[in-house]
Ligand binder design. Structure first.
Ligand code: MGD
Ligand code: MGD
Ligand code: MO
Length: 768
């Protein structure tokens, strides 16, 4: 990491020296340069901890340590030497802290003591763990129905913590599991379940070594999944064609110089990753993919007319799929006009992509938030599946559907039962195992939980990690929702805004992070397990000394609350918290695919969960892979915005220096932004049309018509290469503009990538 003599050399490509320089800065700012660097060397190693960054898979061979700039940031941020202890809270009232930014709050360092809000002094005071557990348990027991409590999970929680949490909450009596996944890849889970019978990706890292073509739709891996760039780059270098669909020209996807490749670093060289870059309209991916399918059908008709072999995989279509002819009819009925207007891509471009698709024997399609955070996300992912089915691109080496997950264990959390609509078979298994009945009524997802918290039917909020107040839409309503509660509890490593909106009784319970050694009362170190985007389950054991002797593990904290709430007759919480092997045995007995969990997870790199799609077994009602025949949306927000001068569709994305609501720094290096976050990216021709200059400050005004006024004030306008009618800026600052009242069809995911807005001159012009 440290080669200061080179640091400072400018690299125009993503990665490269810029990445190293940025890492050095981040380690220093975290206050832990040395331990941070040592810690980093253990990330994603067989005997180390799972990187708390993204959910991209770890290679089975080759370099066991892949350098990842944003992994370094995530690790350094947790391994910081800074602390927020009782004296900090004695100096700052909660009202004062509410005026701080996310960046300032988290930068103060790690939480050290269990804290209880004291309304009289408006501060958090240290309390004992026992006091916390007893009072929390007492309030939960006192609610007139368990359905009045909401149990949120953020996707960093381990399988063990998440499983124990769902067990506690279901014994308590509810399925109210709002989950960060509801705001993230929910649409992927739903669409894939319908299409192929499992709500997960079907791809392994080895498939990336075999693919001839990779379509990357609606994601920015240079920032959010940097290790994926390595796999894309290797694929591109051996001749695979990489086609990107993104309204924004993301530098990380165009060129990348590998921080692990010394020669390239010294020469300042960089390799192109995406040979093909398509600036699709926001929300236009379904139309684009349909256009490709239409062109594939046309190519097939031509091939057949000319006596050449069909370009479709008829064997697969016949043997493995259902509803193909309805799909073909729907595609035929969709006009090129509609496709071109909605996607913003020309027919010739889509025909060219169809050519790439047809020439490729093995194709992978990946996607993330640019696809999942729209109204018609489920339909879009079904359409992606449709396209892949045409040439048998599932359940075969080098092919597949790959939703690239967010949080490092968000996929595992769902696997082990964080699910507001639990499958009956899982509840049956829990009942068999424990001999008590489980709640059968579906619980609340994020939007339902917010509704219940606002209308008073929910009275308690427990957060296992995350930052509910800042991650959710319509920030000001969320603040009310949290303050309405009789009880708010946040299990967290660092201070954030969700902690500063106390209900009547409020606790912040500090936990160990992934990087820290988790010892039980006898001093034995425990490991936890996680599942990545490729369904690989592996162990994770911390190596650092805990940030404070007061910290408890997430498992320990959940066990404490559970024992105080539901008692220990059915489940011996203390014993499970003492030895996580016991939790894994329970998982093995109640969830398919985890047999011999404790043995298999201790093998280097763990094991892959059984995925029926690998064997072309389809766990759908038709027992086949299902085509869908959805119509394209009548009009996307982007189309609507194009029809009215001054109206825009806003997408809220991540900068290079943040992890969701955690802001590490104020730069967004690949997009050329330094030292600020209140910026909005706008097409220069749009600026000319509305008479605003680059650099001017504007207020962004929500234009969603539901009677609520929404304004994000004082943003600097940055001219940028994105399609006319669309603008972009950073989450979470822009969550004040995302309406609670629009959501994905079937998925209920906030439409964070398609918010209607317009601009007015900023009322306060000071720089923020
Ligand atoms: N360093 C770092 N890593 C992270 C995270 C982080 O915040 N920081 N977050 C983690 C989490 S929880 C998640 S879910 C993932 C998120 O990973 P991404 O999905 O990459 O996250 P976003 O920054 O929201 O980027 C969305 C991308 O989609 C594009 N886009 C927007 N609308 C559309 C559209 O309609 N069509 C198409 N084709 N593209 C569109 C945007 O221009 C942008 O490039 O990353 C995970 N990894
Ligand atoms: N407008 C808009 N909104 C969005 C999105 C968007 O693209 N646009 N993206 C959505 C997506 S994809 C997601 S996943 C959500 C993310 O929503 P969340 O998962 O709720 O948010 P994070 O910012 O990841 O949570 C950060 C907090 O987690 C805590 N934390 C960190 N590590 C640990 C740990 O090991 N254990 C515990 N217990 N706590 C820990 C810290 O206190 C930190 O402050 O936001 C969603 N919101
Ligand atoms: Mo996410």
């Amino acid at each position: 990491m440290g080669k200061p003599e080179f640091i400072g050399k400018k690299s125009k490509a993503a990665g490269g020296w810029g990445a190293l320089k940025s890492c050095g800065k981040k380690l220093l700012a975290s206050g832990a340069p040395l331990s941070g660097a040592a810690t980093m060397l253990k990330a994603n190693q067989p005997d180390g901890f799972d990187c708390p960054g993204c959910a991209w898979g770890d290679p089975e061979h080759g370099s066991s340590f892949e350098f990842c700039e944003n992994g370094v940031k995530a690790v350094a941020w947790e391994a910081t030497d800074k602390r927020v202890g009782p004296s900090f809270f004695a100096r700052h009232t909660v009202s004062e802290l509410r005026t701080w930014t996310d960046y300032e709050l988290e930068r103060q360092g790690r939480l050290t003591h269990p804290l209880r809000y004291d309304a009289a002094s408006d501060t958090y005071l240290p309390v004992s763990w026992e006091h916390a557990f007893t009072e929390i348990g007492g309030i939960l027991k006192g609610l007139d129905s368990p359905h009045r409590a909401e149990f949120y999970t953020s996707g960093r929680a381990s399988n063990e913590a998440a499983y124990l949490y769902q067990l506690f909450v279901r014994l308590y009596g509810t399925n109210n599991f709002p989950d960060c996944s509801n705001m993230c890849h929910e649409a992927s889970g739903i669409a894939l379940e319908q299409a192929v019978g499992i709500g997960k990706g079907t791809v392994t890292l080895e498939d990336f070594e075999k693919a001839d073509a990779i379509f990357v739709i609606g994601q920015n891996p240079g920032t959010n999944h940097p290790r994926m760039l390595g796999d894309l780059r290797r694929a591109a270098m051996r001749g695979a064609r990489v086609a990107v669909f993104n309204p924004v020209r993301e530098k990380g996807l165009e060129r990348f110089s590998d921080p692990q490749d010394k020669l390239e670093m010294l020469t300042g060289g960089s390799k192109p990753i995406a040979n093909e870059y398509y600036q699709v309209r926001v929300g236009g991916d379904m139309a684009a993919v349909r256009g490709i399918a239409k062109a594939v059908f046309a190519a097939d008709d031509t091939a057949l007319a000319e006596g050449r072999p069909s370009v479709l995989d008829h064997g697969f279509l016949r043997q493995h799929t259902s509803a193909f002819s309805a799909y073909r009819a729907t595609v035929d009925a969709t006009s090129w006009d509609e496709i071109e207007h909605q996607s913003g891509l020309a027919r010739v471009a889509l025909e060219h992509l169809a050519q790439i698709y047809v020439e490729s024997d093995r194709t992978i399609c990946t996607w993330a938030m640019g696809v999942t955070q729209h109204r018609h996300s489920v339909a879009t992912i079904r359409e992606i599946s449709n396209l892949m089915f045409l040439r048998g691109n599932v359940g075969r080496p080098g092919t597949g559907l790959c939703p690239v997950r967010g949080h490092s264990n968000v996929q595992g959390d769902r696997t082990v039962g964080i699910n507001e609509k639990p499958p009956a078979a899982f509840l049956d298994a829990l009942e068999r195992e424990l001999g008590v009945s489980m709640p059968r009524r579906n619980g609340h997802n994020v939007l339902a939980a917010i509704g219940a918290m606002l209308d008073g039917s929910a009275q308690a909020f427990i957060g296992l990690g995350g930052n509910f107040a800042r991650a959710t839409p319509d920030s000001s309503l969320i603040e009310k929702a949290l303050r309405n509660q009789k009880l708010t509890v946040n299990i967290a490593t660092k201070l954030n805004h969700s902690h500063l909106l106390p209900g009547e009784v409020s606790y912040v319970l500090p936990c160990l992070g992934r990087t820290e050694i988790d010892r039980n009362a006898k001093g034995a170190a425990q490991i936890v397990t996680v599942e990545d985007s490729m369904c690989m389950v592996h162990g994770s054991g911390g190596i650092n000394k805990p940030a404070s002797p007061e910290l408890r593990s997430e498992v320990g904290i959940i066990a404490g609350i559970a024992a105080a709430t539901v008692g220990s007759d059915v489940v011996n919480w203390g014993a499970l918290a003492h030895d996580y092997d016991g939790i894994r045995d329970l998982i093995a007995r109640t969830i398919p695919g985890f047999q011999d969990y404790n043995t298999r997870v201790r093998k280097p790199r763990g094991f892959r969960l059984y995925n029926a799609v690998d064997h072309r077994v389809w766990n759908t009602p038709t027992e086949r892979a299902n085509f869908s025949s959805d119509r394209l949306p009548g009009e996307t927000e982007h189309q609507r915005a194009l029809g009215e001068t001054g109206l825009f569709v806003l997408q809220t994305f991540r900068s290079h220096d943040q992890y969701n609501t955690t802001v590490y720094g104020l730069d967004d290096r690949y997009r050329g932004i330094y030292g600020e976050r209140r910026v909005v990216f706008v097409n220069p021709d749009d600026l000319a049309e509305i008479g605003i200059e680059g650099g001017e400050r504007v207020d962004i005004v929500g234009r969603h018509e539901d009677g609520i006024t929404r304004v994000a004030d004082n943003f600097r306008v940055v001219p940028y290469d994105l399609p006319r009618g669309s603008v972009a800026g950073y989450y979470p600052e822009l969550n004040v503009l995302v309406p609670l009242s629009t959501a994905g069809e079937q998925s209920d995911t906030p439409t964070s990538k398609s918010v209607l807005v317009s601009f007015r001159p900023a009322e306060q012009r000071k720089a923020a």
